[in-house]
Design a binder for this molecule. Structure first.
Ligand code: IFM
Length: 519
């Protein structure tokens, strides 16, 4: 980094950190004075809160993965090509030219992975199924070999006393369906419902917990709105259409899962970040509410109430989204529980008051238009502050965020059953030969310890949280970042597929056994 860049970065961090402090206090309804008692590391949880944290008996400790990120076997046993196969096989799309062709080879090594889960006292494993393994071209007859693989995985989990939690779509659309227009094509809703029905019929005697989509805002926005994910399109109207099809698909899949399996419960796995207004102004508060509507509950409000939340300034672009009369009834379903992830927080400002050039892009927030912020419909600017420490992936650690988010969803949706479907951090620690080959990843343990203390506080304050899934069981293929980030509680040596449970994984295993954090 050049000196000029370093100074710029320092200034940016200082500004971000001042804003973040103000924003947190505002969302929490407290004055800034209350923040001054916070410990040395900004955002860190006081040790007394950690040691007194308790989780309810029967709390479901779990870990998560996704098909494309861990399975490998990209063209085995009749599997068709997915958009991530196509994307990663295209030069220049993924860091280091990495692909998920082999990944962690979980397709073959799943018994080892189930054994790790069991050894770490896990009670829930959230995995996803690959649509193109089940229907190679996204429609038509099921590929029995694909079904057999997941059937064996589910049996192994049940045998180990672990609840199988199945996500049906973690971003790997069959390429053949993308060739028919992808998610902006409304027909995908019924194709998806067929796929969901096939799986629920085949495995619904053993799987009781289903989430149709992982992070629907992320794959529709990054895939069709800005193009950093496959299929690499950058057209806001395509994003709007894709998002609406996914909302229809969620409703249709819900019904076909329920029709195929009487034991099924259906929820979600949304990506969420608590949104704190940049200032106390009405405009910034309204902008933070729009962020929440667009990024957090755009696919939840539709399920629960059959209508879109107020994400837009002015007239909502319903015509551009392709909404038809009667769609409300298709979207509306009574989710049995609400699942969402927490990684980091956002500070949000109204774009109207922004000075040109005042704000850069952070993470997934791509706001190129200086006059409207992210886009002309939502007109906000969202950024990730850097007051707390950053992970190796550059995400701010802010344990308090999970408390605020869980309490917000608890208030807004009448104390639903909540599952935390993902949370985690990337650190690049490796096995250390002088230490017997252990992976001493203290920063990850500290990340989970503080965040879980805040989650325990939310439960204590009335939230009905029944599960927490750490991302991830394994180091794996981190999408466009390839293998350059490591989120696993288990280290994977990608040269020989050797797995080594990291110190954080061993700690998490003790937490799961004890239901407390001071272990
Ligand atoms: O690896 C991803 C996962 O696929 C979705 N949630 C965030 C994780 C870390 O970036």
């Amino acid at each position: 980094m050049s000196e000029k860049n370093a100074i710029h970065m320092k200034r940016r961090q200082f500004i971000a950190s001042s804003l973040a402090t103000a924003g947190t206090a505002l969302l929490a309804g407290r004055g800034l004075a209350a923040e001054s008692a916070s410990p040395q590391v900004p955002g860190a949880v006081p040790p007394a809160e950690v040691s007194s944290a308790r989780f309810p008996a029967g709390f479901l400790w779990g870990m998560a993965t996704a098909a494309y990120q861990v399975e490998g076997a990209w063209n085995e046993d009749g599997k068709g090509e997915s958009i991530w196969d196509r994307f990663s096989h295209t030069v220049g799309k993924v860091k280091g030219g990495a692909t998920g062709d082999v990944a962690c080879d979980q397709y073959h090594l799943y018994p080892q992975d189930v054994a790790i889960l069991k050894r770490l006292n896990q009670k829930s494993y959230r995995f996803s199924t690959s649509w193109s393994r089940i229907q190679p071209a996204g429609a038509g007859a099921a590929n029995q070999k694909g079904l057999d693989h997941y059937s064996r995985l589910v049996d192994a989990l049940l045998e180990a006393g672990i609840r199988p939690f199945c996500t049906l779509y973690h971003w790997d659309l069959p390429q053949a369906l993308e060739d028919r227009g992808g998610w902006p094509n409304r027909d995908l809703a019924s194709y998806f419902a067929d796929y969901a029905g096939i799986l629920a019929k085949a495995l619904g005697d053993r799987i009781t917990v289903w989430a149709p989509f992982n992070m629907p805002w992320t794959f529709t926005y990054l895939g069709y709105g800005v193009g950093s994910f496959p299929p690499g399109k950058a057209d806001y109207n395509l994003f709007l259409k894709a998002a609406h099809t996914v909302n229809l698909a969620q409703g249709e899949a819900f019904r076909s899962i329920k029709a195929a399996s009487s034991k099924a419960t259906v929820g979600s796995a949304y990506g969420m970040a608590p949104a704190y207004p940049k200032t106390d102004s009405d405009a910034d508060r309204a902008a933070a509410a729009r962020y929440h509507a667009m990024n957090n509950v755009f696919f939840l409000e539709t399920a629960i109430h059959g209508r879109y939340p107020k994400a837009f300034v002015g007239e909502p672009p319903y015509a551009a989204m392709g909404i038809k009369p009667g769609d409300e009834q298709i979207m509306k379903v009574q989710l049995d529980w609400i699942g969402f992830h927490y990684y980091t927080r956002r500070i949000v400002a109204d774009a109207g008051g922004a000075r040109p050039g005042a704000q850069a892009s952070f993470g997934t927030e791509i706001e190129e238009d200086q006059s409207t912020g992210r886009d002309r419909y939502t007109q906000f600017r969202a950024f990730m502050p850097t007051e707390g420490p950053l992970t190796d992936a550059g995400l701010e650690i802010w344990p308090r965020g999970i408390y605020d988010l869980v309490m917000q969803i608890t208030r807004e949706y009448n104390r639903p059953i909540i599952e935390i479907t993902e949370s985690g951090c990337s650190y690049l620690d490796t096995p250390y030969a002088k230490d017997g080959g252990r992976v001493p990843d203290l920063r990850r343990t500290s990340f989970f310890r503080d965040e879980l203390a805040e989650l325990a506080r939310a439960i204590h304050d009335g939230a009905n949280v029944r599960a927490f899934h750490a991302w991830s069981l394994l180091d794996n293929f981190e999408w466009a970042d390839g293998y350059s980030q490591r989120y696993g509680l288990t280290y994977v040596d990608f040269r020989d597929q050797r797995r080594t449970v990291k110190d954080s994984g061993l700690w998490y295993g003790r937490v799961a056994a004890a239901n407390r954090l001071d272990v």
